[in-house]
Design a protein around this ligand. Sequence first.
Ligand SMILES: NC(=O)c1ccc[n+]([C@@H]2O[C@H](COP(=O)([O-])OP(=O)(O)OC[C@H]3O[C@@H](n4cnc5c(N)ncnc54)[C@H](OP(=O)(O)O)[C@@H]3O)[C@@H](O)[C@H]2O)c1
Length: 213
Amino acid sequence: MTTLIIGAHGQIGQQLIKVLAESGDTPRAMVRTDAQAQTVKALGAEPVIADLEDDFRQAFSGCDKVVFTAGSGAKTGPDKTILVDLWGAIKAVDVAREMGTRHFVMVSSRGAEDPEKGPAKIKHYTVCKKLADDHLLASGVPYTIFRPGRLTDDEATGNVSTAWAENPEEQWISRADVALAIAHSLKHPEVTGGQVYPLFHGASTLDEALNRR
Ligand SMILES: NC(=O)c1ccc[n+]([C@@H]2O[C@H](COP(=O)([O-])OP(=O)(O)OC[C@H]3O[C@@H](n4cnc5c(N)ncnc54)[C@H](OP(=O)(O)O)[C@@H]3O)[C@@H](O)[C@H]2O)c1
């Protein structure tokens, strides 16, 4: 059994493949094109071509863990936010429930805890992220939800903070550290399962920040 990464060709997805491959795993990487399949294969994953806007259940075959790190991105409109970030995530949770997935790690976002408090221009996005999280929380599928701040391309530090940062300027984290946090969560479901973590840059080790039950 292995881990399915949905959004595997994305920036967090590719970093996660590398981290998992370095620890000896061969994750299943759900991507959308042949060229992307070649890229993720070279990183150490087993590719499967599927699209969240179509029927993608075959991608789950043989996988007991799922990471959802897909997103339609800022360059598309709210229609794709609904179809990918919300409806795609909801469909993925439903397939996970049918398949008996043991651990579903959701890459959510800061702002999903209360879309009313965030900036109006991204409210459609934070509402979609919150509704997807709520669906996972109510699904009965074992979960971990990460709500990272603004993503940067800084190097991995291996240190994070899961304490809420009041200052929006401090609400950031590197994609590399998000990937490490996801990998840590997959490895320690007994402590990260059932948790919803804000995730920002910080000075705590992953053990200190995530194993705080
Ligand atoms: N940007 C931020 O500051 C921020 C903050 C907090 C949380 N997040 C969340 O972080 C996650 C990933 O971030 P990232 O930087 O890695 O994003 P990214 O590089 O844009 O990766 C997103 C991936 O989702 C895939 N995707 C889009 N539509 C799809 C579909 N219909 N079917 C299957 N896959 C699809 C994309 O595929 P293609 O490669 O084919 O386009 C891409 O590989 C997202 O869930 C996002 O909401 C972002």
